[in-house]
Design a protein around this ligand. Structure first.
Ligand code: ADP
Length: 237
């Protein structure tokens, strides 16, 4: 896909007392594993942590499920429905704890839509405009990993490859595994591009769970010095 001729302005930072920490990457890159471990570590350090996942709003969950099941979604309606889901999640789940000074850990954020919708053929600038309500996070960890590694992990853990994850709706191949590799390769290309334009913190996600977790904690330590812990807040109050 050609580079956009006009550079897209990056979203403004949020300006709230909390911190927004985002985990992005392909399915099977290890995001959820690391986000859960980091959340526990932050809590044990006295921080107030709020954890949210992609696709977690009740508002459009049934519509998305039905649309997917019956093959009714086009790339545009797929994109718009997920944008509604994310807007609801942002207003109800992300913003209130951010305002209240929490560390908000997001397993996927708007960048998931930027990568997926572009890989489905939507215009990247159009998608960005739709998500312009989403402020820039304080950190975006990108779990970079070859597609073949995610496939191996999926097969090893017997996780099922689902229809949309494999991009089967795009007609790339009739064979699920082949379609998965082609679609996830497109996604990875988009993520690698976003890593540069949006200042992702790139994490080599092929390493051990422990090594990656160590790196995340080291990376965040300076930022956390300026965030009051829950215990200190209670004491000060
Ligand atoms: P994601 O949230 O990115 O889809 P998960 O954290 O659910 O990824 O991990 C997918 C699978 O890979 C799980 O079975 C998990 O145990 C395994 N896994 C996670 N991180 C690693 C790692 N660093 N090395 C090897 N396997 C991993």
């Amino acid at each position: 896909m050609p580079e956009p001729t006009v550079p897209v302005p990056s979203a403004p930072s949020h300006g709230y007392p909390g911190r927004l920490l985002v985990f992005e990457g392909l399915d099977g890159s290890g995001k959820s594993t690391q986000a859960a471990l980091l959340g526990k570590w932050l809590q044990s350090g006295g921080h107030r942590v709020f954890f949210t996942e992609w696709n977690s709003s009740q508002l459009v969950a049934n519509t998305i499920r039905r649309g997917k099941k019956k093959g009714l979604l086009t790339p545009t309606t797929f994109s718009l429905l997920h944008a509604v889901d994310f807007a609801d999640r942002f207003d109800r789940q992300i913003l209130p704890p951010l305002r209240a000074g929490y560390l908000v850990v997001c397993d996927r954020y708007a960048y998931t839509a930027f990568a997926r919708d572009a890989a489905r053929g939507c215009d990247p600038d159009w998608v960005r405009t739709i998500y312009s309500f989403a402020p820039r996070p304080d950190r975006i960890f990108y779990f970079q990993v070859p597609v073949q590694v995610t496939l191996r992990r999926k097969l090893a853990s017997r996780l099922k490859i689902n229809y949309y994850e494999a991009g089967m709706d795009l007609g790339l191949s009739d064979e699920v595994k082949e379609s998965y590799v082609r679609f996830q390769t497109r996604l990875k290309r988009e993520y690698d591009r976003l890593a540069v334009t949006d200042g992702f913190t790139v994490v080599d996600a092929t390493r051990s769970v422990e090594a990656i977790q160590r790196e995340l904690r080291q990376d965040l330590a300076p930022m956390l010095e300026n965030v009051p812990t829950g215990a200190r807040l209670m004491h000060d109050g």
